[in-house]
Write a protein that binds this ligand. Structure first.
Ligand SMILES: C[S@@+](CC[C@H](N)C(=O)[O-])C[C@H]1O[C@@H](n2cnc3c(N)ncnc32)[C@H](O)[C@@H]1O
Length: 262
């Protein structure tokens, strides 16, 4: 069970519940499925992205699109929409979701820190603070690629934690997924300001026909706030034209969406 990315609370919980549990990356094949189930009803950022997106023209590119929570809404704008992610399973889930919603989306398997997609885009989106998945050198190459793929009047929308939003502590949430079979997720987050990262542990519990299954997933992201991102955008030749708070599904507003142009 030893995985340095596990939060200390989750490590303790597992020591009691399932000491031999294997920890898997949150964006692995199975982790992608659990992430998809966890975020199915989450419409955070959708309203803000569509409001700006409707003012842009031309093709749309979403980086780190996941299973299409936002991509499907973008695809419904009726413009060519390319969705890039490094998880093949996420892209499969996205294709299914887009098909069911009647949205036309082109999935692309790739690394957002070194992407090269044909043509330019009127709108590039990187939401859900997924920029924090990249360490500083890869954020730099990602921002350079974004600039190279933006149409002259194109907009890059990126969400980030508002400055001062990191409390430095830990946070635990229980997310019910299903009633029958009963299925819940316990989500635990822990910030290590000294090391400069935030760990996310996800415990997926399911009971069916009297048998409980336990799965554990982990993800480590880098600490990055709006002030630091603004500096990195400027270095990459991207100008922040506007910034606004983002409404999250839980009602909190600790994120900022930055609207950037070349
Ligand atoms: C927090 S999820 C966000 C998914 C989706 N945008 C949403 O809002 O639900 C982060 C996504 O980034 C993907 N990812 C992680 N590292 C990546 C990389 N280097 N390049 C592209 N995608 C990456 C993961 O597979 C995952 O789907």
């Amino acid at each position: 069970m030893t995985d340095s990315r596990l939060t200390s609370s989750m490590a303790r919980l597992l020591a009691v519940l399932e000491p031999h549990a294997v920890v898997t990356d949150l964006y692995s094949e199975r982790g992608s499925e659990v992430y998809d189930a966890m975020t199915r009803g989450d419409d955070s950022e959708v309203r803000e992205i569509l409001r700006i997106g409707r003012r842009t023209e031309g093709r749309i590119l979403e980086l780190a699109c996941g299973s299409g929570r936002l991509t499907v809404a973008l695809g419904r704008l009726g413009r060519e929409t390319v969705a890039l992610d490094s998880s093949p399973r996420m892209l499969e889930l996205l294709e299914g979701r887009a098909q069911r919603a009647g949205a036309k989306v082109l999935p692309v398997l790739g690394d957002m820190s070194a992407f090269d997609v044909d043509g330019s885009f009127g709108l590039i989106v990187l939401a859900a603070t997924s920029i924090t998945l990249l360490p500083p050198p890869r954020r730099r190459t990602m921002l350079e690629a974004v600039r190279a793929h933006l149409a002259p009047d194109g907009v890059f929308l990126v969400s980030v934690h508002s400055t001062g939003a990191y409390t430095g502590g830990a946070e635990t949430r229980l997310v019910p997924l299903n009633a029958d079979p009963v299925e819940v997720v316990i989500l635990d987050e822990q910030v290590d300001s000294t090391a400069g990262h935030r760990d996310v542990s996800v415990l997926h519990l399911r009971r069916q026909a009297g048998v409980r299954t336990t799965e554990v997933f982990a993800s480590r992201v880098n600490l990055l706030d709006e002030t630091q991102l603004r500096a990195e955008l400027s270095t990459a030749g991207l100008r922040v034209r506007d910034a606004f708070p983002v409404r999250l599904a839980d009602g909190s507003q600790s994120l900022s969406m930055l609207e950037c142009v070349r």
